[in-house]
Design a protein around this ligand. Sequence first.
Ligand SMILES: Nc1nc2c(ncn2[C@@H]2O[C@H](COP(=O)(O)OP(=O)(O)OP(=O)(O)O)[C@@H](O)[C@H]2O)c(=O)[nH]1
Ligand SMILES: [Mg+2]
Length: 314
Amino acid sequence: MSPRVVKAKKEKEKELRCGFVAIIGRPNSGKSTLLNHIVEEKIAIVSPIPQTTRTMVKGIYTDERGQIVFIDTPGWHRGRDHLDRFMSQACLDATDGVDCVIHLADTSRPIGEEEFQVVDRLKHVKVPIIVGLNKIDLKGEYMAQYISLWEDVKKKKVDEMENFVLLPLSGRDGTQVDKLIDLVFSFMPVGPFFYEQDVISDTPKRQVVADMIREKLFLLTREELPHSIAVVIDEMRPVKGKTTFIRATVLVERDSQKEIVIGAKGQMIKQVGIMARAELENLLETKVFIELYVKTSKHWRDDPSMLADMGYQA
Ligand SMILES: Nc1nc2c(ncn2[C@@H]2O[C@H](COP(=O)(O)OP(=O)(O)OP(=O)(O)O)[C@@H](O)[C@H]2O)c(=O)[nH]1
Ligand SMILES: [Mg+2]
C-alpha cells in the first residue's frame, strides 16, 4: 500500500465507530429474533421455548458509519446442572469488555424473578445501557413494570439517569430497530473494523448446523423435552462438490424421550430431517443429505466432556 493510501485509510478510520454490544435478557425475550433482524439473515435459532440459545452468537452489522458486533446470549436463568451454569456464565461473560449493553425485555409478559436477577446483574455495568422494550407489536401491556424496575434499582427517575436509554421496539416486525442501531452507534468508540465488511457471523458451520437441527426439534417436540435434547454433528463433508453430507446424533436423556423423537414409524425424526434440510440447503448453498440418529445419554447435561464436544464450554 502506498503511503497516500495508508494515510487515506487512517483518516477514514478516524471517522468510523466500531464496537461490541451484548444483548442480555431472560429466556424468550426475543434476543435472537432481534439479532437476525439486524443482520437480515437467520444466524441465530429462534423458538417459542425458553432457553433456546445455548452459546454466544455474534452478529456483525456494518454500514458507512462503522461496525457493531452484536452478541446474542443465552437467556438468563438459574439452573442446577453444568449446561445451565455454562449458559448463565456465557450471558454474564458477554458483558465483559463491551461498549454498550442492550437489556431486552418482553413487554407482553409481566416481570418475574429472572428479570430482577438480570437487572441486578446489570446495575453495576459501567457502559451505557439501552433497555429494549421488546414485542411492542403485542401492545406492551407490561411496559411500565420494566421502567419501574429500573427506577427502583437505580433509585432515580429514568430521565435523571445517565448513559441509560429506554426504547420500545419490535425485533420481529422491525419497529424502531433502525433507531436502536442509531443509538448503539452513538455509544461506539472510534476505531477500525473488527471484521471484513461482508462478514455477518463467525459461528463455526458445524455449530450452526447442529443448532438448526436442534431448532427443528424444539419446534416439533413439546414441553420439557427440548431441554433434554442436544445435537452432535458426527460427520459433515462435501460430496462431489454439489452436496453436503451430514450425519448427526440427537441425544436425549431417557428412552421414553427417544421414542417421542423418533415418532411412530419414524415420522417425527423424518420431519425434523426434512425441515432442517430445507433450511440448511439455503444456508450452505449446496444440496444437503442428512442422516439422523437418536441416542439416549442420561447425563449429557451434566457431563463436562460431552458438553465441551458440543461447543458448550467456557
Ligand atoms: N410478537 C413478537 N414476538 C416475538 C418478537 N421477538 C421475538 N418473538 C417471539 O418470541 C419467541 C422467543 O424468541 P427468541 O428470539 O428465540 O427469544 P430469545 O430471547 O433469543 O430466547 P432464548 O434464546 O431462549 O433466551 C419466539 O416465538 C419469537 O418468534 C417480537 O418482537 N414480537
Ligand atoms: Mg435466543
